[in-house]
Design a protein around this ligand. Sequence first.
Ligand code: LLP
Length: 406
Amino acid sequence: MADQPAAPSLLARIARRTGTPVYVYSAAAIAERYAAFTAAFGGYPHRVHYALKANSTLAVVRLVRALGGGVDANSGGEIDVALRAGCEPRDIVFTGVGKTPAELEQAVGIGVHVINAESLGEIERIDRLARASGRRAAVALRVNPDVAAGTHPHIATGGRTHKFGVPLGAAADTCRRALALDGVRLCGLHVHVGSQLGSSEPIREALGPITALAADLAREGCPLQHLDVGGGLGISYDGSDAPSVTEYARAVIDAVRPTGLRVIAEPGRWIVGPAGTLVASVVDVKDRAGGGRFVVLDAGMSELLRPALYGAFHRLEPLEPGPGTPVACDVVGPICETSDVFGAERLMPVPAVGDFIAIRDAGAYGAVMASNYNRHPLPAEVLIDGDGWRVIRRRQTVDDMVGLES
Ligand code: LLP
């Protein structure tokens, strides 16, 4: 698996040309991971709808599209980006816990493949919109299976008290009511238990009752066509064993096969996470009380929020390490927040000001979660493709940033 997006020397060459901070993605790694994911499902009828929320830079979406993927959009903005990247409405599933009237109108109007509905109220709103325009909208009901995802609490979504979907106990009744509406066509069930799952167990646990529900509905004559199993397959950020995609696909297929339903899968992180690196420059090095050094970068929580928000671990690699003996370094960003730390007590030869540091596995939930905090312009993004590379999103300027203000 091409987990390393590029040789350090290439990353350093790119960073010298574009400046830092810069996100660098490998098209080959994305393609390889996409192929491995879909291959894991073998001949079982399925479609991969890549979760745009992980990384929706146009060139990345075009690449996934070219590989044959559909997308999972979580907002009107993501639907729009998908269309601009060349997706057809039938390539789009529309998910989201709070869809606005305008977003629902957009999704119904273009006729997305399916809307993953979060409540009976939402299904009724879709019904009204569809009937008003003489259409019938395809919907799937998102079911909350009440399982523990065993991941960071901020990104576990399948617990009873979480805001997502309809409780399992209310799902059958909600489906029956949906079946009575002329403006919607209930065609599936949807579940997503959480992200960065360390094993397939939570998926297996969730799919048991949901496939039983699908079988009950089938007996009642409800013509479901698919089961959308969401995303969530985790990756290894620290080099330890990652869950296997083969085992994950087997868990899904074992559960779904008896229903005969087609599978929709919405992987995000697994496809793009390891394919991306954030390259930053060292702007200061100083002693830390109690020993070790602070290594201050020009990227911080404004460029990559995951460490500050979830205490997430990312490997940090000097691209051109000096010869010194490794020293415990707190690698931090420049933002005025104490949580702006990429890694505490990381052993590395003390870098010099101007050195490049690679922050690995930043392809998912990196650039998409960047902000202008402390008036940092959004970073540039680069795609390495074949023998070459190109800027796929230029660095934002302060003019771009203040251009919306009066
Ligand atoms: N489908 C649904 C309905 C989702 O809510 C998500 C992620 C996915 C698919 C894709 O999940 P993935 O395969 O990427 O795990 N910002 C956090 C992750 C938030 C995930 C939100 N939902 C992070 O940086 O870890």
